[in-house]
Design a protein around this ligand. Structure first.
Ligand SMILES: CC(=O)SCCNC(=O)CCNC(=O)[C@H](O)C(C)(C)COP(=O)(O)OP(=O)(O)OC[C@H]1O[C@@H](n2cnc3c(N)ncnc32)[C@H](O)[C@@H]1OP(=O)(O)O
Ligand SMILES: CC(C)C(=O)C(=O)O
Ligand SMILES: [Mg+2]
Length: 526
C-alpha cells in the first residue's frame, strides 16, 4: 500500500532566506496561489514577527488560500508565537510552526541554555501555541547534529504537549543518507507516542544531499517533507520539491509512497518563482533545468525518436513541459537532423540529405547552438543544390592609417565543367569594402552592401566569426543574404560576399529560364 507523504512548501519562508530572494506580499500571494494549484499540503508563508511586511505577507497568503494549510514560523517565545497566531488565524487552516535548537553546539554557543532548559522551553512553546490553534508543529533545529537519545526525549515531550507534527531538520546539511535514515528510524522506533504525530523532514543542501536525505527519511517512515521550489533556501538551499516529488512518482514501486502534487504544474511554478526572484535555475538542474529533457547526442536522439523511454525515465509532459527537446549540435546524428528538417517542412532526398548533414556537422563544430534558421539555410542550399560558380581562392588587403585600403582577390570561376582563375584589385573605404569591390570586378556581379553583421561563435583569440551580409545586386529583383565564417573577419566577409554572388547568379539564372519559358522547380530562399 502506498503511503501519502505530505508536502510542506517553505519557498516563501526558508526559500526567501536565500540572499537576493525576498518577495513582497503580492509576489508571495501569487506564488502561494500557484502552490495551491499544485496541491501542496502546507505552505509556510513567512516569519510573522520578523517585520510588518512579513506579517502582512503571511496574513495575506492566509486570506488568499482556500484549502491549503498556511503556516508561519516563530521562535519558542510567547511574543513570536502570538504574532504568528495573529497572521495564520486568517487562514481556513492555520498552523503555528515553532522551533528551538537541540544540538549541543547551538545550545551552548548560541542559546546558552542547558539541554534540560531547552526541553522545558520547547514544551512551554508548544503548549502556548496549542492554546491558540489546534495545528502546531515543533522543529528541533539542528536535529542532524543532536544527540539521538536527547532528541527522542524532546520528541516525546513535545508530542505529549500537543504538537501534531514534529520536524527533524538537518539544518546545516551535515548528515549523509544512510545516517539520516538510521536517525529517523531510531526516533520512530524509540519514541513511545510517535504514532500521535507526523514526523517531518527538512533537509538542507550544504553537501548536495538535501534530496537524498529527504528520500532516505521518507523510507525510514517520515510522513511530511519540507522543501522549496527550485531548491532555493538558506546557504546552498533546501531540498528541491520537484526532485523529491518526481523521485517518489518515478520510483513509486520502490518507495511505496506518493504525494498529491499535480506534477504537471511543476514547470510553471518553477518559472513563476524564477521570474519573481530573478534567479534562473542552472540548465542541468534536475526536472526544471532547461536541459532536463533535452537530448543532444546522436545515439540518444536516435533512441528517443524510436521510443522515448530509452533515455527518458519520466515524460516532459508529466512535469508540464510540452515535449522533449532534441537540441541539434555537434553530437547529433542523421535521425534527429532529418526529423527536425521534416518538422520544419523539408523533405530532402537521401543524397541531398547526406550533403546537408555534412554541412550541418561542419557548422555545429563552430557554433554552440544551431538554430532553425541555420537549418533552413542548409536545407534550402541542399534543395537548390547550389552549384558554386564562384569560389574564393585568395583574399589579401593592405590597410593602415596612411594607406588607401586596397584588396586583391582571386576567384575560381567554374562554368560548364571548365574552371579559370580571375584576379582583381580594388580600393574601398575600408579593407572589407575594398575586398567586396574586388569580388564585384572578378565575378562581374555588381552588388551594393545593405547590411553587415559579424558575430563571434566561439571564445578566445582564435574565435570564429560568422559574417552575415545583405546585398542588392544589379538586375536582381530581391536582396540576397550571404554567409561566411572564419577566424579572420576579412576572410569571413569575403566568403560571405562570394556566397551572395553565387546566390545572385542562381537567381538570375532562374529568372532567365522563367523568361525563356524553361521554368524548372527551384526552391525559394536565395
Ligand atoms: C534555521 C532557521 O532557518 S531559523 C529561522 C531563521 N530566520 C530568521 O532569523 C529570519 C527572521 N528573523 C528576524 O527577523 C530576527 O532574527 C528576529 C526578529 C527573529 C529576532 O531579532 P533580534 O531580536 O534582533 O535577535 P537576533 O536575530 O539578533 O538574535 C536572535 C535571538 O533569538 C534567540 N533565538 C534564536 N532561536 C531561538 C528560538 N528558536 N527560540 C527562542 N529564541 C531564539 C537568540 O538566542 C537571540 O537571542 P538574544 O537576542 O536574547 O541574544
Ligand atoms: C526552522 C527550521 C525548520 C529550519 O529552517 C531549519 O532547521 O533549517
Ligand atoms: Mg531551514
Amino acid at each position: 500500500m502506498s503511503r501519502k507523504i505530505m508536502v510542506f512548501d517553505t519557498t516563501l519562508r526558508d526559500g526567501e532566506q536565500s540572499p537576493g530572494c525576498s518577495m513582497n506580499t503580492e509576489e508571495k500571494v501569487a506564488l502561494a496561489r500557484q502552490l495551491e494549484r499544485m496541491n501542496v499540503d502546507v505552505i509556510e508563508a513567512g516569519f510573522p514577527v520578523a517585520s510588518i511586511g512579513d506579517f502582512e505577507a503571511v496574513k495575506s497568503v492566509a486570506e488568499a488560500l482556500d484549502r491549503t494549510i498556511v503556516a508561519g514560523l516563530s521562535r519558542a517565545h510567547e511574543k513570536d508565537i502570538h504574532r504568528c497566531y495573529e497572521a495564520v488565524s486568517h487562514a481556513r487552516r492555520g498552523r503555528i510552526h515553532t522551533f528551538l535548537a537541540t544540538s549541543d553546539i547551538h545550545l551552548e554557543a548560541k542559546l546558552k541554555i542547558s539541554r534540560a532548559e531547552a526541553l522545558e522551553r520547547a514544551v512551554a512553546a508548544v503548549k502556548y501555541a496549542r492554546n491558540l490553534v489546534d495545528d502546531v508543529e515543533f522543529s528541533l533545529e539542528d536535529a542532524g547534529r543532536t544527540d539521538w537519545d536527547y532528541m527522542c526525549q524532546v520528541v516525546e515531550a513535545v508530542i505529549h504537549a500537543g504538537a501534531g507534527t514534529v520536524n527533524l531538520p538537518d539544518t546545516v546539511g551535515y548528515t549523509i543518507p544512510t545516517e539520516f535514515h538510521e536517525m529517523i528510524s531510531y526516533v520512530m522506533n524509540r519514541v513511545p507516542n510517535i504514532d500521535k504525530a507526523v514526523i517531518s523532514l527538512h533537509c538542507h543542501n550544504d553537501l548536495g544531499l538535501g534530496v537524498a536525505n529527504s528520500l532516505a527519511g521518507i523510507q525510514a517512515g517520515a510522513g511530511q517533507v519540507e522543501c522549496t521550489i527550485n531548491g532555493i533556501g538558506e546557504r546552498a538551499g533546501n531540498a528541491a520539491m520537484e526532485e523529491i516529488v518526481m523521485a517518489l512518482k518515478t520510483r513509486a514501486n520502490y518507495f511505496q509512497a506518493h504525494t498529491d502534487i499535480v506534477t504537471e504544474e511543476i514547470t510553471r511554478t518553477s518559472k513563476l518563482l524564477s521570474s519573481i526572484i530573478g534567479v534562473e535555475v542552472q540548465p542541468n538542474k534536475a526536472i526544471v533545468g532547461k536541459n532536463a529533457f533535452a537530448h543532444e547526442a546522436g545515439i540518444h536522439q536516435h533512441g528517443v525518436l524510436s521510443d522515448k523511454r530509452t533515455y527518458e525515465i519520466m515524460t516532459p509532459e508529466s512535469v508540464g513541459l510540452a515535449k522533449n527537446d532534441l537540441v541539434l549540435g555537434k553530437h547529433s546524428g542523421r535521425h534527429a537532423f532529418k526529423a527536425r528538417l521534416e518538422e520544419l517542412g523539408y523533405q530532402l532526398k537521401p543524397e541531398i540529405l547526406q550533403t546537408a548533414f555534412e554541412k550541418f556537422k561542419a557548422l555545429a563544430d563552430r557554433k554552440k547552438e544551431i538554430f532553425d534558421e541555420d537549418l533552413e539555410h542548409i536545407a534550402t542550399e541542399g534543395m537548390k543544390q547550389v552549384e558554386e560558380w564562384f569560389v574564393l581562392d585568395y583574399v589579401g588587403t593592405t590597410a593602415g592609417s596612411s594607406i588607401i585600403p586596397t584588396s586583391c582577390v582571386t576567384i575560381r570561376i567554374r562554368d560548364n565543367g571548365s574552371e579559370r582563375l580571375v584576379t582583381e584589385t580594388a580600393i574601398g573605404d575600408g579593407p572589407v569594402e575594398a575586398s567586396f569591390h574586388a569580388i564585384n570586378k572578378a565575378t562581374g556581379y555588381m552588388g551594393k552592401l545593405l547590411e553587415y553583421q559579424v558575430k563571434a561563435v566561439s571564445k578566445g583569440e582564435d574565435a570564429v566569426g560568422d559574417v552575415t551580409i545583405k546585398i542588392q545586386f544589379e538586375g536582381l529583383d530581391r536582396v540576397v543574404t550571404g554567409k561566411g565564417s572564419s577566424t579572420d573577419v576579412l576572410h569571413g566577409s569575403a566568403l560571405a560576399y562570394v556566397d551572395a554572388a553565387n546566390k545572385a547568379r542562381l537567381r538570375l539564372d532562374l529568372i532567365g529560364r522563367e523568361q525563356s519559358g524553361d521554368s524548372e522547380e527551384v526552391s525559394e530562399g536565395v
